[in-house]
Design a protein around this ligand. Structure first.
Ligand code: ZN
Length: 81
């Protein structure tokens, strides 16, 4: 009965495809773009959390306003001068 053999082959291909798609879907939530977003969110939080006890400085390179407690611009990393 060759039909049964073909049926098994097709079932195997379908299972392999579904398994591949399942793995890919599970991996998506952890892909690099999401990690980057989380990282950027944390960076923004870190920049805004410090108590502004010092004077504000505006970065001449990117326009970011930050306290002079930072030796360099927290956004672009350039010195304020
Ligand atoms: Zn800057």
């Amino acid at each position: 009965m060759p039909v049964i053999g073909i049926g098994f082959a097709v079932a195997g291909l379908v299972l392999a495809f579904l398994g591949y798609r399942d793995l890919r879907d599970k991996r998506d939530p952890y892909d690099l773009s999401l990690l980057k977003e989380i990282h950027e969110e944390e960076e923004l939080r870190n920049v805004r959390v410090p108590e502004s006890t010092g004077d504000n400085v505006m970065c001449p390179a990117c326009g970011e306003v930050y306290t002079n407690e930072f030796p360099i611009c927290p956004r672009c990393g350039r010195s304020g001068n």
